[in-house]
Write a protein that binds this ligand. Structure first.
Ligand code: ADP
Length: 176
């Protein structure tokens, strides 16, 4: 059984086998969590991403973690919210699935996710939290090498939205 938890923190400091980056299609860095990961991992990450050449929305690629504690960085490209008109929910689901597929392929035991698409890409937070948690939990029903998957929320609002979904699923006591 894989443990799943929602925590508050900065994903660059996570001591896990793989952290997931909410990247953009160029893979060349950006604002938000992407910028924080590139700064912390160092310039070698940018060269490595440049060699990969890009990533489609809803897909994921893997690189070493370079200067991070994490061994790997899984870069996934979330959908930009477009009022639900361009398959955003399914693309977001695919981000979590493809990232977990790569983590399993690389034999990771511990993986940390940020809240994909809910920053600059404006995916409505409550809906994104529901998709993220349900997709991860459904994936973890399979028997894999994964031991611990965490959702790392950078701010209070994000943590509250993910906690709300966990509470609705009976996975979180009331006053935590
Ligand atoms: P996107 O472009 O996919 O929306 P953002 O980086 O703009 O990605 O935002 C996604 C989420 O990541 C937001 O909840 C944002 O607060 C959060 N975030 C920003 N920096 C960090 C960090 N260092 N660790 C974890 N989450 C972060």
């Amino acid at each position: 059984m894989t443990n799943f938890s929602v925590v508050k923190g900065n994903i660059v400091n996570m001591k896990v086998d793989a952290i997931v980056n909410a990247a953009n299609t160029s893979l060349l860095g950006g604002d938000g969590v992407d910028g924080a990961i590139h700064r912390a991992a160092g310039a070698e990450l940018l060269s490595c991403c440049r060699r990969i050449g890009g990533c489609k929305t809803g897909d994921a690629v893997i690189t070493p973690g370079f200067k991070l504690d994490a061994k790997y960085i899984i870069h996934t490209v979330g959908p930009v919210w477009n009022n639900g008109l361009t398959n955003e929910a399914e693309l977001l689901r695919q981000c979590y699935i493809k990232s977990l597929d790569l983590a399993v392929e690389y034999n990771c035991k511990t993986v940390a996710f940020p809240s994909i698409s809910t920053g600059a890409y404006r995916f409505p937070l409550a809906k994104a939290a529901e998709i993220a948690i349900n997709t991860i939990l459904e994936y973890l029903e399979q028997d894999t090498c994964l031991e611990e998957v965490s959702m790392v929320c950078f701010d209070f609002n994000t943590k509250a939205a993910y906690d709300k979904v966990m509470r609705a699923l009976g996975r979180l006591e009331d006053e935590e």
